[in-house]
Design a protein around this ligand. Structure first.
Ligand code: PAF
Length: 276
């Protein structure tokens, strides 16, 4: 496995590779990331992973400084997963000067997570586009846990005619249902016990819809009230069309119920995609 920190060396290393499968990450790798690497292995001959905590996608009061950085452990895991190339740039490598050119993401990026994280998806799209130009993958793998991110990246690729095929990886969960996330490590023991309630609440919404309740606004409100009673601060619970991410209607074929909520200072997100 080659671990490369600068763009010129990376480009030289990848120059002869015609079938690169790329997994961009922010590190602190868990089984969810490793499942994406495994998926990449099935789609391309050369698996490249990037580890970069992208400051552009963090708001001024968010957890950029505390975000877990565990490079040595991450590299061990990637070597065990038979990764070919790991790109670990530092901030000045990717942003040698203040970034003034950005990708303007589609309007949906102002809703859901974008409503409480202004600029987040602009930062994500900008770094992902830069990484695509640097790595030049044939395919790139993103997790469905970040459902809105996956949707926005697909839109960016489609509308900017990027020659990259986006592959989606399933969410990997702990035994109690909690979606794996680097931010789960922030949870105090009692919060960790409470955390799977977000997924259970989304499951209840799905069940109610499948049983014929199509008053989505009422279901969203009930789910929000229920989580609030257990000490959560809810950013949103929302039932959407899984393809467009627009508010769902009973005529939509595939829906997704998405949620973002905080336990103390830890913000967790999750979603369930389902056919109506
Ligand atoms: O999902 C993530 O880890 C990040 O948003 C990504 C795609 C690596 C961009 O920084």
């Amino acid at each position: 496995m080659d671990v490369i920190t600068d763009i010129a060396t990376l480009r030289r290393r990848l120059a002869g590779e015609s079938d690169i499968a790329f997994v961009p990450t922010m590190g602190n790798l868990h089984a969810g990331h490793l499942a994406l690497v495994e998926l990449a292995r099935r789609h391309g001959r050369c698996v490249a992973v990037s580890i970069f905590v992208n400051p552009l996608q963090f708001g001024p009061h968010e957890d950029l400084a505390e975000y877990p950085r565990t490079l040595a452990e991450d590299l061990d895991k990637l070597a065990d997963a038979h990764t070919d190339v790991v790109f670990t740039p530092d901030e000045t490598t990717l942003y040698p000067e203040p970034q003034t050119v950005f990708v303007e993401p589609p309007p949906i990026s102002m809703e859901l997570c974008g409503a409480t994280r202004p600029g987040h998806f602009r930062g994500v799209c900008t770094v992902v586009l830069k990484l695509f130009h640097i790595v030049q993958p044939r395919i790139a793998v993103f997790g469905k846990k970040d459902f809105q991110q996956l949707h926005i990246i697909r839109e960016m690729v489609r509308q900017l005619d990027l020659p990259v095929c986006i592959v989606a990886g399933e969410t990997v969960r702990e035994a109690d249902g909690l979606a794996m996330s680097s931010r789960n490590g922030y949870l105090k023991p009692e919060q960790r016990i409470e955390a799977p309630r977000l997924y259970r609440t989304l499951q209840q919404v799905v069940q109610m819809i499948r049983e014929g309740c199509h008053d989505f606004a009422r279901l969203e409100m009930q789910a929000t009230e229920s989580l609030t009673r257990y000490g959560w601060t809810v950013d949103y619970i929302s039932v959407r069309n899984a393809r467009t991410l627009l508010p769902a209607t009973p005529e939509d074929g595939t829906l997704v119920v998405l949620g973002a909520a905080r336990l103390g200072k830890t913000r967790l997100i999750d979603n369930i995609e389902f056919a109506l």
